[in-house]
Design a protein around this ligand. Structure first.
Ligand code: ZN
Length: 233
């Protein structure tokens, strides 16, 4: 099988997403790219997670979007994934879901504040919400423009995509990513938990505040960067 390793890796990540509880029916998709950033593998469109096989995974040329392996049509969100890889140089895996708690915040056009240490362990600051796409952006090249508004937000707000590995697209839903497809799925799972906890926090106290900077910093740095000491070596 052509691109066997990449397809297997992306197949495994999609299977993991299918079992994660974040997706129903055929919703959602995971993609991954090869180490040279030349090819992207992604879930085929409209195939259920239970029926998915490694050879169903579609491979495209990253630069042109041309299909180079696989007989099925790639996920309809493919142009969004392609734009994000072209803009986020350290990202090697991307997940899109309509997981309900994250969608709740996205539909409310609200970013998820970093209310506590669960959030800070994975996200170094709020999980941002993008601007709404314009009528023109929705009518033409909708999926491509979805990627562009995400990249635009991270660039304008100077957010490092690996420090905050997720976003909420306004009135749509979450995208999460990471240094590989499997880690991207993990980040999507954490995002959903954090979105749920943040909702409870707001319910308990409407005026709840974000964690102070020193606590955010402590928790993020325990797990990331040169001074990380969480887990096993
Ligand atoms: Zn969607």
């Amino acid at each position: 099988m052509k691109f066997a390793e990449l397809r297997e890796q992306v197949y495994e990540a999609n299977s993991k997403l299918g079992k994660s509880g974040l997706v129903v029916l055929t919703w959602g998709n995971v993609s991954g790219i090869d180490p040279t950033r030349s090819y992207m593998a992604i879930k085929p469109s409209g195939v259920s997670y239970d029926d998915l096989k490694p050879e169903d995974i579609v491979v495209l040329e990253l630069e042109t979007g041309k299909v180079v392996a696989g007989d099925m049509r790639p996920s309809s969100d493919t142009p969004t994934h392609l734009v994000l890889y072209s803009q986020f140089a350290e990202v090697f895996g991307i997940v899109h879901t309509h997981s309900p708690y994250a969608v709740g915040w996205a539909q409310a056009n609200e970013s998820i504040p970093a209310f506590g240490t669960t959030h800070a362990d994975t996200f170094y600051g709020p999980v941002p919400v993008t601007r709404l796409l314009t009528q023109e952006e929705v009518r033409n090249d909708y999926e491509l423009n979805t990627g562009k508004v995400i990249a635009e937000h991270f660039s304008a707000s100077r957010i490092d995509p690996l420090a905050v590995p997720a976003v909420l697209v306004a009135q749509h839903g979450p995208f999460a990513w990471g240094p590989g497809p499997e880690k991207a799925v993990t980040n999507a799972v954490v995002l959903e938990e954090v979105a749920k906890m943040a909702l409870f926090t707001r319910q308990v106290r409407t005026a709840a505040e974000a964690v102070p900077e020193f606590l955010l910093e402590k928790h993020y740095r325990r797990k990331h960067g040169p001074d990380a000491y969480y887990g096993q070596k």
